[in-house]
Structure formats: C-alpha cells, structure tokens
Design a protein around this ligand. Structure first.
Ligand code: SAM
Length: 296
C-alpha cells in the first residue's frame, strides 16, 4: 500500500475500503492497525501512520486476501456485551448463539439462588462468560456475592486457553467462573452430579460433508467445533443422554441446534425423559434452540 510516514489514516482507510469493499470493516482494520479506537481514531484521521502501523495493516489485508475470515484477522469479535478475543483455535461466535444466551437467561431468572450453570463446549467462552457477566448484573441487587457459578468446559485445551484469556477480561463477574477440560460431562467434578440448574451447549451439529457449508467456515474454523456425524446429531445425542444425571430435578438443558434438526432433537429429549420440551425458532423462523426440563 502507501509509503509509511507520508500517508494519513484518511487515505489508508480509503485504500483499505477499496480492497475489502466495506467502509466499516475497513475502519475496524485501521483501528486495530493504529491501536486507536472510536473517537480517537476519528480524531487522528489526518495524522500520518508509522511504518509499523502500515505494515500491520498490510499484513491484515494480505490475510484477508487468502480468504481468512475478518473476525480472525481482527482478533476480537463482539458477542452481546462482551468483546471476545478469538483466533483459529475457536469457532467464531455467531449472532444466532446470542439467542441461546437469551433463552438460558430466561430460564435462570425463575430459579432459586444460588444458580449453578455449565457451558459445555465453550470455545472462546461466548455463552458461559455472557451468562456469568449478565447474571452478575441481574443478581447484583439481591445477591452481591456467590449468586451464580458457571462452569466452562471444552475437549480442546487450545480453545480453553482462549476462554481463559477472555475470562481474564471479565472483571468481577469472573470470580465464580470455573474452567475444566474434557469430553462433555467428563470434564465436570463428580461431586457436582445432580446439581446443575441449567446446562447450555452449542455443540458441533453440522452434518459431515454438508454441501451447503460455506467454504470460509469449512476451510478456516476448527473441524471439531463443526461436525456432528452423518446427520449432525452425534454430539447432541450424547449431551441429551448425559444431561439428566447432572441436572438438578427441574433443571434445564438448552442446546443450539441446526435449522433442520428440531424434530429429531425433540424425539431425543423425549427418549431421555425430559419434560416441557420446546424447540424455539430464531428471528428468521428456523429451528435454533431446543430446551427440556429434567423430571424432578
Ligand atoms: C460449535 S462450537 C461452539 C463454541 C462456543 N460455545 C460458541 O457457541 O461459539 C463447539 C465446541 O464444542 C467443543 N467440543 C467438540 N466436541 C466436544 C466434546 N466431545 N466434549 C467437549 N467439547 C467438545 C469444540 O471444541 C468447540 O469449542
């Protein structure tokens, strides 16, 4: 791109926009390269960029040209109220997963405190850290301390390193978050059998060899975060089968599911004795979240 020391951020922003084809995304890239956000960046548009900043911007643009998703190139992504660090060790948190958090929060609000939650297959921690953060605010008036305990687990220790980094940025609401690695329920201490109020998971549910999976997802996001067997249900089935043992009587299992999996997942919940089973559609009207209550 342009010569460092001679080019200002206004020109670099325009150059980046011409390459990425989107003014907002180009600004995000310039903000990361300049180390300045929001108002500070806007106030510096006529300032020259340093050599190091131009090199950083060029490197990010080169990564984008290879097809790498913008979220990995930026290194952070917004999810509900949190700005989460992400990289190729974890799935990029999706807007539809924000709805899973809404559903889990609704179910928590009716429960007696203290509440114990688990986010199984936490990846970067999007679901579990959002629950810890938002419930801390919700409960602050009635329960200043100890109102909520959230377990984040994943079979990928690399993913958990990312979750740990995000936990470090959570502030006071991080105090009651625990992180454990292992295969689904095996990550949890045996002493917690039968004690969870809500277990949430966004498990891998894409069908192996799904021809509709976008190339950028298939080529860049971690395979163990995506694929759930020939019909996408392998990991969902394990979670539905295992959850009753770990839930308190009347506790809830909340699963993100694929748009075509509602009927099959409902049948799994029924098979494993759940009550009050509901498959909730997202804003686009597609099956998105399955919930079921453990029989008391
Ligand atoms: C679809 S990603 C969801 C990540 C994150 N919860 C989110 O919603 O953005 C699925 C996650 O489950 C994890 N996972 C896959 N198989 C697992 C298993 N057997 N036990 C625990 N976690 C698993 C993956 O490593 C990945 O982080």
């Amino acid at each position: 791109m342009s010569e460092p020391g001679t080019v200002d951020w206004r020109a670099l922003w325009s150059d980046a926009e011409a390459i990425v084809g989107d003014r907002t995304k180009a600004r995000w890239l310039c903000e990361v390269a300049s180390g300045m956000g929001g108002d500070e960046f806007r106030a510096s548009l006529d300032e020259p960029a340093t050599e190091r900043m131009v090199a950083h911007l060029d490197a990010m643009l080169a990564r984008l040209r290879t097809g790498e998703p913008l979220q990995y190139v930026l290194g952070t992504w917004a999810f509900r109220h949190l700005e989460l660090m992400i990289d190729r060790r974890v799935l990029i948190p999706r807007p539809e997963t924000e709805f899973v958090v809404d559903v889990a929060l609704e179910l928590c609000k009716g429960r007696q405190r203290p509440i114990r939650l688990a986010d199984l297959g936490t990846g970067c921690g999007a679901i579990g850290l959002s629950l810890a953060f938002e419930l801390a605010f919700e409960l602050a008036r009635e329960l200043p301390r100890g109102g909520v305990e959230v377990w984040l687990t994943d079979v990928s220790v690399d993913a958990l390193d990312v979750a740990r980094a995000n936990l470090a940025g959570l502030g006071r609401s991080a105090a009651n978050v625990r992180i454990a690695d292992g295969d689904w329920f095996e990550a949890l201490p045996m002493g917690l059998v039968g004690s969870f109020d809500v277990i949430v998971s966004n498990p891998p549910y894409v069908c192996d060899d799904d021809p509709e999976l976008e190339a950028s997802v298939r080529d860049w996001e971690p395979s163990p975060a995506l694929y759930g067997g020939p019909n996408g249900l392998d990991q969902i089935e394990r979670l539905v089968a295992g959850a009753p043992r770990w839930l308190r009587g009347g506790g809830w299992l909340v699963l993100e599911i694929g748009a075509s999996q509602g009927t099959a997942v409902r049948a799994l919940f029924e098979e494993h004795g759940f009550d009050d089973i509901v498959v909730r559609p997202d804003l686009a009207g597609r099956d998105r979240v399955a919930i079921g209550r453990s029989s008391a």
